[in-house]
Write a protein that binds this ligand. Sequence first.
Ligand code: ISE
Length: 334
Amino acid sequence: MTLRIGMIGPGGMGQAHIERIHSVIAGGRVVAVTDLNAENARKVADRIGATVFPSAAELIASNDVDAVMICSFGPAHEPDVIAAVEAGTYVFCEKPLAPTAEACARIMEAEQKAGKKLVTVGFMRRFDASYREMKAILDAGEIGEALMVHNAHRNPTVPESYTWDMAINDTAIHEIDTMRWLLGEEFVSARVDKPKKTTNRFPHLQDPLVLILTTTSGVRVDDEIFVNCQYGYDIQCELVGENGAVRLSDQELVQRADLQGRRNRLTMDHNQRFGQAFVREVQEWITAVSQDRHTGSTAWDGYAAACVCDAGVKALEADGEVAVEMMPKPAFYA
Ligand code: ISE
């Protein structure tokens, strides 16, 4: 059986998913699209032979759609995720699940009412081979208890439309989710350090910045966010334990040598760096949904990440630590 997928908001991310689903991923096909930008919907649909729906509500209600992928802009997610859940339809929603913790809580409420886990959040780093190996080493006790994690998240540039809170809730949200998953703990506080600003930034941005998070057991996680670093999409992570440390290696397996010296090529964007992780993530989702099973990050993960982002955004304006406010985890998500 081929899973018939309806895509809401096929922008850059959505089109990259379509490309993967129609080339290297098995068991699914995007048969329906809708977009606030009707011309874009028409273009994408013509290219892949899909049907255009005038609205997300009509796409979700269609008998020709088995499951839904939401790849629109974060602030538009909530009503579409809730409509899918109320229709009893599995939904893969790109991160962030919704821009605020309250909005994510409303999604969890709808899902609990539906009585079935239907929502998967697109946190792709959990599917990256190197992060997975890091987690396996930690879980096997090979480096003792985790004490600290040092992260860097560097983008070559960002557009002028990138607002300063996005450094936390659009960029750092990846480390926030990955660290919760890696360490198996929640965060209790957030602080932001603001170093000297790069001249390669739009004036409204604090770039770079360092987000400092503490978990319930006291593990300290720092995350350098530098979104105008110019030279590449450079993702770093070093986990320091009691008896050893593990760090992500460079993604290029070979090193080249020429007149410029010895070097490893750097990726330039998330689709290159996490290409394999996206494939694994979407493949697992299609396989699971075809068997009427949930897989991947839950709406609770989307909510918990949003709570930490809310504290991080407050910390951007505040001096010192901001407490992370989070409801107790509902038994439904245990
Ligand atoms: C973007 O939305 C992403 O998800 C990328 O992975 C991240 O590196 C970038 O900073 C975000 O804007």
